[in-house]
Write a protein that binds this ligand. Structure first.
Ligand SMILES: NC(=O)c1ccc[n+]([C@@H]2O[C@H](COP(=O)([O-])OP(=O)(O)OC[C@H]3O[C@@H](n4cnc5c(N)ncnc54)[C@H](OP(=O)(O)O)[C@@H]3O)[C@@H](O)[C@H]2O)c1
Length: 252
């Protein structure tokens, strides 16, 4: 990847970027943004049809892209896919995969629901990072999509909060372990973003949630993608082990 910032070349020209969890509002926005910045984009998530539609959209825009259906809770399958798609090198990996659960106090949360959330949101990201870190080039960058729930508690959200705190722990530790070979590892902590299940709810719900945000609205996947692009790019060359909040000031 071209690491010279002061050129007219696109920021990520020639780079190879894996987006894990590329379906959905945030993941697809990240894939589009990294592609528009010059990267070849490798898309992965479970739903192969949605992935293929996004791949075709990117190719139509002149962005090289490929799609690879995988369930991250299957560690062997995930390892095989990442190893195969990154055989020719990897510059950027964005781990956006994550699932949540209904707000439920811990004593009432079923063990199977706890395990489901941890298996995807924490273990899935950890397994992905193991393979990405083996294959990523020096000067490569990993960006994990955590959450403001990775920094603070949230009522009834024990499993999700624990998983996202874990993602931030993985991010910081991998950053330290990988620094000597020039690989940077950072996280983005989105606040309320109008995507996924929230988009399926009414505009009134989005307005009510936005009312708790100092900037007065929910964020967009595109706004998360801008932070990802910065962390993934040479513009963030001295930033590793960091958590960038994209939350409209909510945490402040
Ligand atoms: N929306 C928010 O307000 C918000 C706030 C903070 C953090 N986040 C985080 O941002 C990320 C994206 O969220 P989103 O709102 O865009 O939700 P989303 O639309 O549900 O996106 C989740 C992504 O993960 C993939 N995925 C889920 N389970 C998977 C599995 N077992 N194996 C492989 N891929 C899987 C989904 O694709 P498939 O279903 O096709 O597998 C999709 O690409 C998540 O990590 C979420 O925790 C969201």
């Amino acid at each position: 990847m071209n690491t010279t910032v002061a050129t007219a070349a696109p920021l990520l020209a020639g780079g190879v970027a894996l987006v894990l969890g590329a379906n959905g509002g945030i993941g697809s926005a990240i894939a589009r943004r990294l592609g528009a910045a010059g990267a070849r984009v490798i898309l992965a998530a479970r739903d192969g049809e949605r992935l293929a539609a996004l791949r075709d959209e990117l190719i139509e825009l002149g962005i090289p892209a490929s799609s690879h259906p995988v369930d991250v809770s299957d560690a062997d399958a995930l390892g095989a896919v990442i190893t195969a798609v990154t055989a020719d090198g990897l510059d950027i990996a964005v781990n956006n995969v994550g699932v949540s659960h209904r707000p439920t106090p811990l004593p009432d949360l079923s063990l199977s629901e706890f395990d489901r959330v941890i298996a995807v949101t924490l273990r899935g990201v950890a397994v992905a990072m193991m393979h990405e870190l083996r294959n990523i080039r020096p000067s490569g960058a990993i960006v994990n999509i955590a959450s403001s729930a990775g920094l603070d508690g949230a009522p009834g959200m024990s499993a999700y909060v624990a998983a996202k705190h874990g993602v931030i722990g993985l991010t910081k530790t991998a950053a330290i372990d990988s620094a000597a070979r020039g690989v940077r590892v950072n996280a983005v902590a989105p606040g309320p973003i109008a995507s996924g299940t929230v988009m399926a709810q009414g505009a009134d719900v989005r307005e009510r949630i936005g009312g708790f945000v100092p900037l007065g609205r929910m964020g967009t996947g595109e706004e998360v993608a801008e932070a990802v692009l910065w962390l993934a790019s040479p513009l963030a060359s001295f930033t590793t082990g960091s958590v960038v909040a994209v939350d409209g000031g909510k945490r402040a």
